[in-house]
Design a protein around this ligand. Structure first.
Ligand code: NDP
Ligand code: GDR
Length: 324
């Protein structure tokens, strides 16, 4: 029988790659999309991957429980991937309440809909390494204590624990992936890697003269979204639901990531980089480094793409976009 999957956040970076993966495995893929007056831009990423006609779009919003219940009743998915969120950390200080409503309580809404309509469905929650925040261990694993440092991270912590709680309270097959930063040519332009690759491409083409960044000493464990969505799927194929760190096990400063991008087009970073204090955050997560040992041992999952390969792919994609 053809498996049915529902993806919330299907218009985002991970939603697009996950939809592509599930389609390649023969799933019927349904994507929850919130209404926009600019409907032509909502499926940009699905179009980029050439799958916009293959994903069945359902109208809905993580804030609207009655709509979610109707969606679960109609779609009757075997697997539900909850990727929708207000996902930009910096905006979460400007919009802390919205972030809490969508990124935290929204998880309870979708879990309630699953519990009421399709309690046998397997559930994936998009948890985040941001939950570690002010790190309590040099290398973060599933047992490292959390210390969130932004309204976004606080909201994700709620989403994480409510997922664990629905697993333990109602026996729902609910797993939580604690994913470290992952990027791609489909990354939103506001996130630092894509901001860098887009700016480097603009500078190379003579369309811009500088790149303004905030804290370039921050360190992140960066992987590729295409690799990470595979781990999401693997989690839902296990007999027993669980929580997994998904990471590369390597950490790099924003400065060095940026240098890789400039080097790829043969330019010297120091000629263009400007530090802008306005881009610093009220509280920073200085360093993240994940330990993916459990994902490797239990899921057989490993990151395949290096930071250098990924940044090169992103710069090339931005050069192509801008040259059109
Ligand atoms: P994106 O920001 O690219 O995508 C977020 C998605 O959520 C979009 O499809 C957006 O829709 C949707 N969305 C936002 N608010 C609502 C709402 N109220 N109702 C329904 N849909 C909504 O994020 P990513 O793809 O990068 O990340 C996917 C998930 O994984 C997120 O939950 C993120 O927090 C989490 N995560 C991401 C990591 C990363 O490094 N990328 C790491 C760890 C966790 P629209 O297009 O309409 O805006
Ligand atoms: P992050 O990603 O906050 O880790 O959250 P982001 O790319 O926004 O920032 C990474 C680091 O770069 C520093 N930085 C800048 N960041 C941005 N966006 N713009 C800048 O100009 C800039 N200059 C320096 C930041 O201060 C930070 O230290 C991402 C999101 O995808 C979350 O949803 C996800 O949960 C986590 O990754 C894991």
């Amino acid at each position: 029988m053809t498996k049915r999957a529902l993806i919330t956040g299907v218009t985002g970076q991970d939603g697009a790659y996950l939809a592509q993966l599930l389609l390649s495995k023969g799933y019927d893929v349904f994507g929850l999309v919130r209404r926009s007056s600019h409907s032509e831009v909502t499926d940009t990423r699905l179009k980029w991957l050439g799958i916009d006609r293959d994903v069945k779009i359902v109208d809905g919003n993580l804030l609207d429980l009655s709509g979610l219940i109707r969606t679960l009743k109609d779609v009757r998915p075997d697997e539900v991937y909850n990727l929708a969120a207000q996902s930009f950390v910096k905006s979460s200080w400007q919009q802390p309440i919205l972030t809490g409503e969508v990124t935290a309580l929204g998880v309870t809404n979708i879990l309630e809909a699953v519990r009421l309509e399709t309690p046998e469905a397997r559930f994936y929650q998009a948890s985040s390494s941001e939950m570690y925040g002010l790190i309590q261990e040099d290398m973060q694993s599933e047992t490292t204590p959390f210390y969130p440092r932004s309204p976004y991270a606080v909201a994700k912590l709620y989403g994480h624990w409510i997922t664990v709680n629905y697993r333990e309270s109602f026996g729902i097959h609910a797993s939580s992936g604690i994913l470290f930063n992952h990027e791609s040519p489909l990354r939103g332009i506001e996130f630092v890697t894509r901001k860098v690759t887009d700016s480097v491409a603009r500078i190379k083409l003579g369309l811009a003269g500088e790149l303004r960044l905030g804290n370039i000493d921050a360190k992140r464990d960066w992987g590729h979204s295409r690799d990470y969505v595979e781990a999401m799927w693997l989690m839902l194929q296990q007999d027993v639901p669980d929580d997994y760190v998904v990471a590369t096990g390597r950490t790099t400063t924003v400065r060095d990531m940026c240098r890789v991008a400039f080097q790829h087009v043969g330019l010297a970073m120091d000629d263009y980089l400007v530090i802008d204090p306005a881009l610093f955050r009220p509280a920073e997560v200085d360093v993240l480094l994940g330990n993916p040992a459990k994902a490797k041992a239990k899921l057989g999952w490993e990151a395949k793409t290096s930071l250098e390969e990924m940044i090169a792919e992103m710069v090339d994609a931005d050069l192509k976009r801008l040259s059109r």
